[in-house]
Design a protein around this ligand. Structure first.
Ligand code: SF4
Length: 337
């Protein structure tokens, strides 16, 4: 197994360099609100967790973070929040998108990660400036999906898959992903997740190790978990196999990797990932956006975060694609035939 794994990781690194190159692209991550209408059983900011202090950053704070990203040549931002679909929320995102485009002379690329929405909402946001969307399926196995989500209409597996289709239909670069090392998850489930990505033909992927949060219902199954190191290693294996399976997609080095290993994200870059999402959320809110425990960089300001990442990426032997969107090559091929 040791030799096989070494060969796998080497092969995936070579594949990455040959297909998407050795550059790492930044997506400045703004976690602008932890208010959520859902109750996913693994998530620290789920609606029913009364211990969470809820926040909603102001438009000015969000725009300041985006301005920081633009001035520091990050080229792209990700706006992420809990899932809300009220007309007021939809309108707010719409306005923010237009303002981000304005403040950056149309230069900042914008990814959204705001959960399931209607086809009309996706289309509206696309027309206002978003061009990538992240919506993690978390598990492509229906049975496992309902072990980690309440079984009701608000958390419908069918609707989630449908939302991914809407995103593709409306012209986004579509990203999804799963948690690796969930309780009840089998190796076969993980293999099926990879085939699911291939089948729906995704453009981007983010996979992180599952890290338990004590204020969630799933925590009671922690006795079923692999060790954190095993979950970490398994995540790297998943990234490596995915790079071989879908050589030209963008793969993010998830922050959750760093919660287990201080150089976890760099290790992911070394085996096939090519995207990093530096956290540029205003520091005063970061503590309250903890989907899992031991989340790193909670008190590191944007400037520090940038220099820290620069050094780390340098160490990992990669180059940062400053001022470049670094869009998914797979997407370009998909839409241009
Ligand atoms: S995982 Fe996302 S949708 Fe689910 S409770 Fe957490 S923030 Fe809300």
């Amino acid at each position: 197994m040791g030799d096989e794994r070494t060969r796998l990781l080497k092969k995936s690194r070579e594949t990455k360099e040959r297909t998407v190159g050795n550059k790492v692209y930044f997506r400045g991550l703004v976690e602008f609100s932890n208010v959520c209408s859902k109750d996913c059983l693994y998530c620290g900011i789920r609606k029913s967790n009364e211990k969470v202090v809820r926040y909603n950053a102001t438009d000015d704070e969000i725009l300041d973070s985006c301005r920081f990203a633009w001035e520091n040549r990050f080229a792209s931002v990700v706006l992420q929040s809990g899932e809300i679909s009220s007309p007021a929320f939809v309108k707010r995102i719409d306005n923010l998108l237009k303002k981000i485009k304005q403040l950056s002379n149309n230069e900042l690329g914008i990814t959204l990660s705001c959960g399931e929405q209607t086809r009309e909402t996706y289309l509206r946001w696309k027309e206002s400036g978003a061009h990538r969307y992240l919506l993690r399926i978390e598990s492509s196995n229906r049975e496992l999906y309902y072990k980690i989500h309440p079984k009701n209409q608000t958390h419908s597996f069918k609707k989630r898959v449908e939302a991914l289709r809407f995103l593709k239909d409306t012209g986004y670069q579509v990203g999804t992903g799963v948690m690796v090392g969930l309780p009840f998850q089998t190796f076969e489930n993980l293999a099926d997740d990879l085939l699911f990505f291939k089948q729906i033909d995704i453009d981007m992927c983010g996979m992180g190790p599952y890290i338990e949060h004590e204020d969630t219902p799933l925590y009671k199954h922690r006795n079923l978990l692999k060790t954190k190191q095993e979950r970490f290693d398994l995540t790297l294996n998943m990234i490596a196999v995915l790079r071989l399976l879908m050589p030209d997609i963008n793969i993010a080095a998830a922050t959750a990797l760093q919660a287990i290993d201080p150089v976890g994200r760099e290790k992911a870059l070394a085996v096939g990932a090519n995207i990093i999402m530096p956290n540029i959320t205003p520091c005063n809110y970061r503590e309250a956006y903890q989907l899992y425990e031991d989340k790193p960089c909670l008190d590191e300001d944007k400037e520090l975060c940038r220099s820290c990442l620069e050094a780390r990426i340098d160490l990992a032997g990669s180059e940062i694609g400053y001022n470049e969107w670094g869009d998914s090559k797979h997407f370009a091929k998909r839409v241009n035939g």
